[in-house]
Design a protein around this ligand. Sequence first.
Ligand code: HEC
Ligand code: HEC
Length: 70
Amino acid sequence: MIHCFTCHAPHSNGNFSLRVTAPQTLQNGVSHDIKKGNICVACHQARRNVDTYVDIGTVTLSEHWGPHVA
Ligand code: HEC
Ligand code: HEC
C-alpha cells in the first residue's frame, strides 16, 4: 500500500524530508527536474525509450510492452 513512508523516510532521515529530490534521468536520456515532484517521477515514468522501442519498421515489441513488463 502507498502510504507516508513511500515518499518520506523519517526513520532514516530523522525528519519528513522526501526520499527522492534529485533530478530523474528519463529513458531517452533527458534530465527531468520538477524539484519536490522528482519523487513522483522516480516511479511515474516510462520504463522504455519509446523513440527506439516503438519502431514500426522493425517491430521488436514484446506482446507485454508497458511500464511493468520487460
Ligand atoms: C506520493 C508521495 C507522498 C506521500 C504518499 C506522502 N507525502 Fe508528504 N509530501 C510529499 C511531497 C512531494 C511533499 C512536498 C510538497 C511541497 O512542499 O510542495 C510532501 C510534504 C510533506 C510534509 C511537509 C514537509 C516539510 O518539510 O515541509 C509533511 C509533514 C508530510 N509531507 C507528511 C506526510 C504524511 C504524514 C504522509 C502520510 C499521511 C505523507 N506525507 C504522504 C509526498 C508524499
Ligand atoms: C513508490 C512509487 C510511487 C511514488 C513515489 C509515487 N507514486 Fe503515484 N502511484 C504509484 C502506483 C504504484 C500507483 C497505482 C496505485 C494503485 O493503483 O493502487 C500510483 C497511482 C497514482 C495516481 C493515480 C491514482 C488513482 O486513484 O488512480 C496518481 C494521480 C499518482 N499516483 C500521482 C503521484 C504523485 C503526484 C506523486 C508524487 C507526489 C506520486 N504519485 C508518487 C507509485 C508511486
